[in-house]
Design a protein around this ligand. Structure first.
Ligand code: 4AD
Ligand code: MG
Length: 469
């Protein structure tokens, strides 16, 4: 093949490619469809850089290699040298008149599963190794990238440092107990103590360890030195919840700020979420338009709704009153003290206020040990941000900075002091008021893509009974 500089399809279709018209270009990619006649073949080629395909036109008789042409079928991978010309066909401004093609890989039409007809999302989940090649998953993964980038950009522009918190930990940050154990002990020959317990002193770390459920506790250590930090990493929960909003492995963004009270914390969450959505509307318009057309015709309106409204702020107690007086028959009945379910959260957002809602001051019994106690002794300074279609998207709080009170909560909730002594020490040495929250990355991805199932917004989902790929 003649050596010609490769261009991405994005650059040919999107950027000002005028100067390339009638010039020789090279593109490489996967064949989406092939149609045409004995004399001319039209190939729709995609390289993942943009939702649209570039059309490659092959004048069959100018190629004397039948074998090659025969093998250019849906799913095959090719490199094309050709002339970029203005297109007279509908739906594209430019196309490539091929004069040389190299076939990198065939895809036997009898067995390649992604033929051009639409497949169900359930089927595509079973072929997660190939689904990135569909329009839908190309769009989703480009949006996932843009959103990750925007998250780092926001924090970098606002004086936050990216802190890498550990993935293997010895503590249970949420006190929820649903953790994946990390061990190198021989399962067939587990060492036991005299009291009949597993002897973790013989294990790799010499103690019990697990995959982290949250980077928060270590994040607080960072905030109490660097003032504003954030984490953005994988977190793991071994809850057996098989829902469309839960994953066993998901990514979480956790900012933590010294000298922030609960109000500053809410302001940050609101400004952050609005920034991210604005960024996507500006940078991912093609992909959002595709998802809107295919899956959710209110998608962009819903994104705008978040940007255009001030989030409604009210207490848990006020929310429970609204729910009790709503006259709705919920699957899970509401009364003061219960944890809100997504049906309750969605009622508040979608029926009562028609905009995102931030609930604060939850009963202490249903929240984690580290949250700052209110003067009423009954509620804690928690905040959950609730979004349409999703329910809880952010959970956070002002933290208990008082040593005695925190110590009291830790004993009350029977948390082993030897697991969190270092966390407690920050309240002994130069303690400071501070706050933070966690944003579930895939929950936000669900919201911005309009997809219905969280397994479709992460490349390789992990869920109960499901760790393929
Ligand atoms: O409310 P959570 O459990 O809060 C924490 O982990 C705190 N340590 C955060 C903090 O204050 N730094 O989780 C935070 C968010 C939830 O609001 C939700 O969006 C998401 O993480 N989340 C999940 N996303 C997918 N699958 C799961 N199993 C999730 N559990 C929580
Ligand atoms: Mg929560």
């Amino acid at each position: 093949m003649k050596q010609i500089k490769r261009h991405r399809v994005y650059d040919l279709l999107k950027k000002d490619s005028g100067h390339l018209i009638n010039k020789e270009v090279n593109v490489k990619g996967w064949v989406r469809t092939r149609r045409g006649s004995k004399h001319v073949a039209f190939i729709a080629l995609n390289d993942g850089s943009i939702i649209h395909n570039i059309q490659v036109v092959i004048d069959v008789k100018s190629f004397d290699n039948d074998d090659l042409l025969k093998n250019i079928t849906t799913g095959s991978c090719i490199s094309v040298n050709g002339k970029l010309v203005e297109s007279h066909g509908k739906g594209q401004a430019v196309e490539i008149q091929a004069f040389e093609i190299e076939l990198y890989g065939t895809a036997d039409p009898d067995v390649y599963p992604l033929q051009k007809k639409g497949h169900t999302l359930e089927f595509l989940r079973e072929i997660a190794h190939l689904r990135p090649r569909t329009n839908t998953f190309g769009a989703i993964f480009r949006i996932r990238h843009a959103l990750s980038f925007a998250i780092h950009k926001y924090f970098n522009e606002n004086g936050f440092y990216y802190l890498h918190t550990p993935i293997i930990t010895g503590s249970d940050a949420e006190g929820a107990g649903a953790m994946f154990r990390v061990t190198t002990l021989d399962m067939r020959n587990v060492p036991m103590t005299e009291e009949g317990r597993v002897d973790y002193t013989k294990d790799f770390f010499g103690k019990e360890t697990n995959l982290t459920v949250s980077g928060q506790l270590e994040g607080e250590l960072g905030a109490l030195a660097l003032s504003n930090i954030y984490t953005f990493g994988p977190t793991f929960r071994a809850e057996n919840s098989n829902t469309s909003r839960h994953l066993s492995e998901f990514w979480m963004i956790e900012p933590e700020m010294a000298f922030y009270d609960i109000r500053d914390n809410m302001d940050l969450a609101e400004s952050f979420l609005k920034y991210l959505i604005r960024y996507l509307l500006e940078h991912c318009d093609d992909d959002l338009a595709f998802l809107q057309k295919m899956y959710d015709n209110e998608l962009v309106d819903r994104l705008r709704m978040v940007i255009d409204n001030t989030f409604e702020r009210l207490t848990y107690t006020e929310a429970v009153e609204i729910l009790e007086q709503s006259g709705q028959s919920f699957e899970f009945p509401v009364k003061w003290g219960v944890d809100l379910q997504s049906e309750h959260e969605r009622y508040l957002v979608e029926k009562e206020f028609n905009k995102p809602v931030i609930l604060t001051d939850y009963p202490r019994e249903i929240k984690a040990f580290y949250m700052k106690m209110n003067d009423d002794g009954k509620t804690v300074r928690a905040m959950d941000v609730l979004f349409p279609k999703i329910g809880e998207i952010v959970g956070g709080s002002q933290r208990e900075e008082n040593y005695e009170k925190l110590h009291g909560r830790i004993s009350e909730m029977k948390i082993e002091e030897e697991d969190v002594w270092w966390y407690l020490e920050t309240r002994k040495f130069g303690t400071a008021p501070h706050s933070g929250f966690g944003l579930g990355f895939e929950r936000l991805m669900l919201f911005v893509t309009g997809m219905g199932n969280i397994r479709d917004v992460i490349p390789f989902p992990r869920a109960p009974q499901n760790a393929e790929f």
